[in-house]
Design a protein around this ligand. Structure first.
Ligand code: ZN
Length: 251
């Protein structure tokens, strides 16, 4: 995992090339993460980038993996279009966040822990701002799926499953059985707290299906990795399933 503030890229080296999960908020920083991964694995063979969902802090860096296939849920395509209908608005919002971190940097004691965190976040948003200003397009997924999709890399496999509209309109789960890992994007946080942005719960039948899908794999999971580098436990995952089922039952 390459982690810088809330930017997190996970890279897994397989017999058929490197698979990357999520690509960060900017091309400027993600090209550096890519170099770091190349150095670690002594390989430039990036086969796939999988986006856990279509928010820009997870896919803006897709384009630095020039030769990779990009995999995401089919709703990503529309979602990306929609997010960038008014780039000026996004640019303004990102610029404002950058300024807020600038103020924090002035306030905090230099080189303290909180100062470093603000510095990293400021750098992320500044790089994101630069991409928007230079109108660098987002490399969209060229492999999309509706319900589930498997990627077989010989010694390592990736099982992708659509969660249903929840944190975004394109949230997927990624299970890697050989490594006992489950990637949950921004769907859940510590203690299983779900991130539900779709309050209409239009896809609650899909949520129930996804919870079943997780339950079936529960004993094969050792660690859960969140979209911003949180490493969570089976207890967190069980709590998440419970909370989702409660949400479904409410109405
Ligand atoms: Zn998100």
């Amino acid at each position: 995992m390459v982690i810088f503030g809330s930017d997190v890229i996970t890279a897994i080296n397989t017999k058929k090339g490197i698979v990357v999960i999520d690509a960060g908020i900017s091309t400027g920083l993600s090209s550096k993460y890519r170099d770091r991964i190349e150095m670690e694995f002594q390989s430039e063979k990036f086969a796939y980038v999988i986006n856990t969902h279509a928010h820009h802090d997870h896919n803006r860096g897709n384009s630095v993996f020039v030769k990779s296939q990009i995999v995401g849920h089919k709703n990503s395509l529309n979602e990306i279009e929609k997010q960038w209908e008014m780039p000026e608005k996004v640019k303004k919002a990102v610029g404002k966040i950058t300024e807020e971190y600038d103020l924090k940097l002035e306030k905090y004691k230099q080189n303290s822990e909180e100062w470093y965190y603000a510095f990293k976040q400021k750098t992320r948003y500044q790089n994101s701002y630069n991409d928007i200003e230079s109108a660098i397009p987002i490399k969209k997924p060229n492999i999309t799926f509706s319900d589930s999709y498997n990627i077989d890399m010989d010694n390592i496999t990736f099982q992708l499953k659509y969660f249903g509209k929840c944190h975004s309109n394109s949230d997927i789960l990624i299970f890697v059985p050989e490594l006992k890992l489950l990637f949950t994007g921004d769907l859940m946080f510590q203690f299983g707290r779900p991130s539900i942005n779709d309050t209409t719960k239009v896809d609650k039948e899909l949520w129930a299906e996804a919870v079943c899908w997780i339950e079936k794999r529960m004993y094969g999971i050792d660690k859960i990795i969140g979209g911003h580098g949180q490493i969570m436990s089976i207890e967190d995952l069980k709590a998440f399933n419970k909370k989702i089922l409660e949400q479904i039952e409410v109405d």
